[in-house]
Design a protein around this ligand. Structure first.
Ligand code: SF4
Ligand code: SF4
Length: 697
């Protein structure tokens, strides 16, 4: 039995050395870029949430289990990795004990002869085998060869995935062979529980040689698998828990990431600020968290399958955005790590200097500018990859360093700079809607009046865009009826800066945000209600990054509460079939799904019908990520796709809770009416408009 131990341990040393060398390379590569101390700070300050995420997402597989049956299959395969570690302890123990005593009948101290453990080992191995079968079926049914672009595996490295399934299969069958042979020789530590191994022991011959060969095969396949794992997408086995640990809590959605330079929040006043360090222009500018994202991608394509850009035939796939960067990083890794490129030839230098974004870059500009920041990718990613952070960092470099962005968005930027709103209208017009009401609305004159509870943040669209103004007036009227004291800033309100920030114009965002924070703080504002989910998100989640901390609610949250408290009573029936569209920055980014639905459920007569894609899988209207101010030239229009889906529910009305969704869906509905595909009476309204109609009669 000595030869078994020698071969087994020699194989182990060789494989561990190879895997260790690769791990060192990956670590060094991940740390070539700027630091990311804010990620460690996040993990420390959100330790409770991070611990919960490990339990729920890593061990509980919460995100994956939303995708049954692949989630269930993955759950068992992952738990097999943990539980079968005990089988490997037994295997190594047996080859060493066999060398010493001549009998490979090792058992783990204390629990090693407990039939429950034996059962658990056999059960999870069988479940793992069934999981492999499920994975194979899913891969065949979703093959890019048959489904093309619609396959979530389109673009993934398919060969590697099949190889890994094959290797896990080899590990499992050799496990049963080794344990069955051990049972036949009387060396299995379990008298009961290990139902498959004991049954095999009854049919296999009592052969020490068979047991020795099976043990070596079992250990050998595991070692080859280890080397494959650290050289493939299956690296996620080790990196995913780390990526979950260092992701922005709760889930990388809501606030855009704070912009940092050399690991510190950017200071645009700093005269020594190196403009080349704004955002990310080359792969070497990627922080270790970015590399952790690359290393963790399992190529599952869940993000791709949910992306509105990908689903409307645009070139953006969030999966490929990560994989293209990863593949490029590996190509240039030897030179990035060497540092010294003085002897590199021109091809190598060109590769190193390759821009992250450009016609000949790693990422094509059409990919970068197709993103609506809807968050569907981040929401679905089982390993918490933060695609939006990558996109925003690249946009920041393109906008602030290269001055390269879709020209139409330039008009919006100029308007924000000069007039404080994207349409370039006079700030004096911001209070015009008040004149259309038949009650007084308090305009703040420096300070919030003592008896006023809420600042009503009207937003640029709410103040200046005709369709959104209807929502503004409805909300004001509802608050007035409910007796909620509120005031508005009127001309003193400026854009929150959301479109500038999502475009990558962090400098302009900073300017607008600081101006607004100064106004709000001087007025003594504590509580804010906003109708626009983009304003709501920026005020609630992003202004704290710049020192503006307020209690912010969306109007649907406040109105739902007022209805519950009996301060608003919907009486008049609205006999309509209504389908609700979840605004991404209200739903996915801020998890407000129930309140708009609750309001509609309280209106008598309303029949609601969900679209196929709703709540956390809701489909974007196409306006987020500053896309509202860009032409949509490639593929099908996103708003048309969304309205096509709404039409499948045959609604009388489409409701939503965002001024931008109203505009986008309204435009698409008008086109459908013109082409005769939608009934003339179909309209899109805010939930607040429905409520006021029912409350007022
Ligand atoms: S944020 Fe939305 S549009 Fe952008 S990549 Fe993710 S899923 Fe696609
Ligand atoms: S980014 Fe996340 S969701 Fe997308 S393919 Fe990779 S692991 Fe899957």
């Amino acid at each position: 039995m000595l030869w078994v131990a020698i071969i087994g341990l020699a194989m182990t040393v060789a494989a561990v050395a190879m895997a260790g060398r690769r791990a060192l390379f990956l670590f060094k590569l991940a740390t070539v870029g700027p630091p990311a101390p804010e990620r460690i700070a996040y993990a420390k300050t959100h330790a409770g949430a991070e611990a919960k995420a490990q339990l729920v997402e890593v061990f509980g597989q919460k995100k994956l289990l939303k995708w049954t049956p692949s989630g269930v299959a993955h759950f068992f395969v992952m738990w097999a990795f943990f539980i079968l570690l005990t089988v490997y302890i037994e295997a190594y123990g047996s080859i060493i004990q066999g060398a010493i005593t001549g009998r490979p009948n090792f058992h783990i101290p204390l629990i090693g002869q407990w039939s429950v453990l034996g059962f658990l080992q056999d059960f999870i191995a069988v479940a793992c085998l069934l999981g492999l079968v499920a994975f194979a079926v899913i891969r065949i049914r979703n093959s890019p060869k048959t489904l093309g672009r619609k396959s979530r595996f389109s673009g993934s490295h398919l060969g590697g995935a099949w190889l890994v399934l094959f290797m896990i299969f080899n590990i499992i069958w050799t496990l049963f062979l080794a344990r069955g042979a051990a049972a036949a020789n009387g060396n299995l530590p379990y008298d009961g529980g290990a139902f498959v191994s004991l049954a095999l022991g009854n049919v296999l011959p009592a052969s020490p040689l068979l047991e020795e060969i099976a043990l070596l095969l079992h250990i050998g396949f595991m070692l080859v698998f280890l080397v494959i794992v650290v050289n493939s997408k299956h690296l996620h086995i080790f990196t995913a828990p780390l990526n979950v640990l260092f992701s922005r809590r709760p889930d990388g959605l809501g606030a855009a990431p704070e912009m940092t330079v050399d690991g510190k929040p950017v200071d645009f006043e700093d005269e020594d600020l190196d403009p080349e360090k704004l955002g990310r222009g080359k792969i070497g500018d990627t922080t270790w968290k970015g590399f952790l994202d690359f290393y963790s991608c399992t190529e599952c394509g869940r993000c791709q399958s949910q992306c509105p850009a990908w689903n409307t035939d645009k070139p953006l796939s969030p999966k490929m955005l990560i994989l293209d960067q990863r593949d490029h990083a590996f190509k240039v890794a030897p030179y990035l790590l060497q540092g010294d490129t003085s002897h590199a030839d021109t091809d190598v230098l060109a590769l190193l200097e390759k821009p992250l974004v450009g016609e000949d870059g790693v990422i094509h500009p059409d990919v970068l500018w197709s993103c609506t920041n809807c968050g569907a990718c981040v929401e679905q990613c089982p390993v918490d990859i933060e695609h939006i952070d990558h996109i925003l960092d690249m946009r920041r470099y393109q906008v602030m360093v290269e001055s390269s962005f879709p020209s139409e968005a330039g008009v919006m930027v100029k308007n924000l700079e000069n007039k404080g709103n994207p349409w370039g209208m006079s700030e004096m017009k911001r209070a015009d809607w008040i004149e259309e009401l038949d009650f007084e609305v308090t305009l703040i004159d420096e300070k919030m009046p003592e008896d006023t509870e809420y600042l009503f943040w009207v937003g640029c669209a709410g103040a200046l865009e005709d369709r959104a103004k209807k929502t503004t007036k409805a909300v004001a009227e509802l608050l007035h009826i409910a007796g909620v004291k509120f005031a508005v800033l009127g001309p003193a309100e400026a854009c929150t800066g959301d479109p500038a920030r999502r475009l990558g114009m962090e400098f302009l965002f900073n300017m607008l945000a600081q101006q607004n924070i100064e106004t709000l703080n001087e007025a003594g504002v504590k509580k804010i209600v906003a109708t626009c989910p983009h304003c709501f998100n920026t005020l609630a989640n992003e202004y704290p990054q710049l020192g503006g901390a307020y209690e912010v609610v969306h109007h649907t949250q406040l109105l739902s509460k007022l209805v519950d408290e009996g301060l608003l009573t919907p009486i008049t029936p609205i006999e309509e079939k209504i389908t609700y569209h979840d605004p991404c920055f209200l739903g996915r980014h801020n998890k407000v799904y129930s309140q708009p639905r609750d309001i509609m459920s309280k209106v008598p007569g309303v029949q609601t019908q969900e679209m196929h894609r709703h709540k956390d899988r809701g489909f974007c209207c196409g306006a987020g990520g500053a896309r509202m101010w860009m032409e949509e030239r490639i593929g099908k229009r996103i708003n048309t796709e969304r309205v096509d889906e709404a039409l499948t529910t045959n609604p009388d009305t489409v409701s939503t809770a965002c001024p931008f969704c109203m505009v986008m869906l309204g435009d698409a509905i008008n086109e459908k009416k013109n082409s005769g595909e939608a009934k003339e009476t179909l309209e899109v309204v805010d939930v607040a408009q429905l409520l006021i109609k029912s409350v007022k009669g």
